[in-house]
Design a protein around this ligand. Structure first.
Ligand SMILES: [Zn+2]
Length: 333
């Protein structure tokens, strides 16, 4: 069996944890701080994932209970889903951005209902053209929602924010706030080692979901934030990039440029579709991402990702928003 733990830099270990969905693996990073141990991200709270953490910790001579510090890149289930269990067993000092702690708390609340049950979200779905009436609330949410698989810490020991330095043993973890994929997403930078732990921000092969959801404010521009966050990380001098999914790599500046270019092309594709005829985000998403034979949860994500692109285009002055019959339509300028 292939090893589930690899030393990618002296004292920095990549651990591969299983996920029951795509992507099928999340990489978390265990750091020997010489006298203390830190873990960046946690995996899900599944027996398989916790078992793999226990086994791999033992391979470096520690127990899960010995962990001293836990730092999250963001609140999503694969990154922070096991934090509640890990903290309760290890008492590790747990760090996350306050926007992410709030979202983890809200995810637990939403776990007890579906988006269609949330009265404030229904008009949002409708105005963006999404046929919410045709779908059951249960189909609108991921299978893990409302289960023990998501067991996050919602009251961390410390909130982290841009520029913070978390000192653990002989290591210094610098926090680089990179909103976009999640509003309180952080990249963790080890300046001396020139190692950057990038969470979902800078994946080598895929791009993370960036969407506008019902609870985003009117001024929300997550795609604009995401692109700015790509430019931001390019200002840091890193040699080894440790992503949450996919292999470790070296040139984060090149990858950031590719990601910016990918979203520019996608936005252009969408603007071509609404050049002559104004359309809703849902209609555009059906053409760009394909409409049929996909779980409705994915159709919803595609709609809100499309909305993030169209709003970004509007804020850039490339598109207008037209309100007609309780629908929001976008048209290229
Ligand atoms: Zn994520």
């Amino acid at each position: 069996m292939a090893s589930k733990i690899v030393e990618v830099h002296p004292g920095i270990y990549e651990i591969f944890l299983p996920l029951p969905m795509r992507p099928t693996i999340i990489n978390v990073y265990l750091v020997d701080c010489h006298g203390a141990w830190a873990l960046i991200d946690t995996g899900m709270n599944s027996p398989e994932s916790i078992g793999t953490l226990e086994d791999t910790f033992r391979q470096v001579g520690i127990e899960l209970e010995d962990l001293d510090v836990l730092i999250a890149t963001h609140h999503h289930i694969d990154h922070f889903g096991a934090s509640g269990q890990i903290r309760s067993r290890s008492h590790a000092t747990t760090h996350i951005h306050k926007l992410e702690a709030a979202r983890a708390d809200r995810m637990l609340f939403f776990g007890r209902m579906g988006p269609a049950d949330r009265p404030e979200s229904r008009p949002f779905f409708e105005k963006h053209g999404f046929p919410i009436e045709e779908h059951s609330a249960s189909g609108m949410r991921p299978a893990w929602m409302g289960t023990q698989m998501y067991f996050p810490v919602t009251e961390p020991d410390r909130f982290i924010d841009d520029g913070d330095v978390i000192e653990v043993g002989d290591r210094k973890f610098e926090v680089i706030w990179t909103p976009g994929h999640a509003p309180g997403h952080n990249v963790i930078f080890l300046r001396k080692e020139k190692v950057m732990i990038v969470g979902d921000h800078l994946l080598p092969k895929i791009t993370p979901h960036v969407g506008i959801y019902p609870d985003a404010g009117e001024a929300a521009n997550p795609l604009g934030d995401f692109i700015e966050s790509q430019k931001k990380v390019q200002r840091f001098d890193a040699e080894l990039i440790l992503p949450a999914h996919g292999g470790v790599y070296h040139d984060h500046r090149h990858r950031a440029n590719q990601i910016i270019e990918h979203h520019r092309c996608r936005e252009d594709e969408m603007l071509d579709l609404v050049r002559g005829k104004p359309q809703t985000a849902f209609e555009v998403a059906q053409q760009v991402f394909g409409g049929e034979e996909r779980p409705i949860f994915h159709v919803m994500a595609a709609t809100f990702e499309t909305l993030a692109h169209l709003e970004h285009a509007r804020i850039e002055g490339r598109a207008r928003r037209i309100e007609r019959d309780n629908r929001v339509l976008f048209q290229t300028l």
